[in-house]
Design a protein around this ligand. Structure first.
Ligand SMILES: N[C@@H](CCC(=O)N[C@@H](CS)C(=O)NCC(=O)O)C(=O)O
Length: 206
């Protein structure tokens, strides 16, 4: 059985979302990085970087939230989060790496400015620069979603979950998606899924 480390109000939420989509049994250890719980010798033996999320599944120890979701989908979500066919699976890998490299850096930057900083600390020049950096990735995403209902084909897969989980940083900070209507509709659909709503409730509880 998978043990997932990390409190829900962190990148762990994307892994909780994947596990809840699949409805498989798992153990959740809500280690809180803000309380030093990821710097204990016990936790560092799982992730020497002292960060969450981390996953243990029998003899598998894994970190990196988006990669962990590929692992979860591949091993436990055959035919659902992990679609059939080489082409669709290629898209799951492609969009996951795209999320990590193209969309997450400016989105996390925005989260830091709006959620982690106090209003008087906010760097408005940086906020404007981050909006500019987000435009090209959103153009790419909007074009893909104008051609296909979901990123790896006609159904929701781990590609959508991983990219939408990053987009959530934008929705949470009231990013204006008006110029990207296909993204707007798809994000609303993905984030509204019952499994993600359940994880949102877990975030509030921690
Ligand atoms: N690229 C990593 C980032 C992990 C990460 O930075 N996690 C944060 C919480 S969301 C953390 O544990 N920070 C504690 C620290 O940096 O010491 C992933 O996607 O899993």
């Amino acid at each position: 059985m998978i043990t997932l480390y990390g409190k829900a109000a962190s990148r762990t939420s994307r892994n909780l979302w994947a596990l809840e989509e699949l409805g498989i049994a798992y153990k959740h250890v809500p280690a809180d990085y803000l309380k030093g719980e990821t710097k204990t010798p016990e936790f560092l033996s799982i992730n020497p970087a002292g960060k969450v999320p981390a996953l243990v599944d029998d003899d598998v120890i894994m970190t990196e939230s988006l990669g962990m979701n590929l692992y979860i989908a591949h091993n436990y979500g055959e035919g659902t989060l992990w679609p059939a066919g080489k082409a669709a699976r290629a898209k799951c890998i492609q969009w996951t790496l795209w999320a990590a490299t193209e969309l997450e850096p400016p989105s996390v930057g925005r989260l830091i400015e709006f959620v982690f900083k106090k209003e008087h600390e906010r760097d408005l020049k940086n906020v404007a620069a981050l909006v500019e950096r987000t435009k090209a990735p959103l153009n790419t995403l909007n074009a893909a979603l104008s051609r296909s209902a979901y990123l790896a084909g006609p159904t929701f897969t781990i590609a959508d979950l991983n990219v939408a989980a990053v987009c959530e940083y934008l929705t949470r900070t009231n990013f204006d998606f008006t110029p990207w209507p296909a993204v707007q509709n798809w994000v609303t659909l993905c984030l509204g899924r019952p499994a993600n709503q359940k994880v949102n409730a877990m975030k509030v509880a921690t």
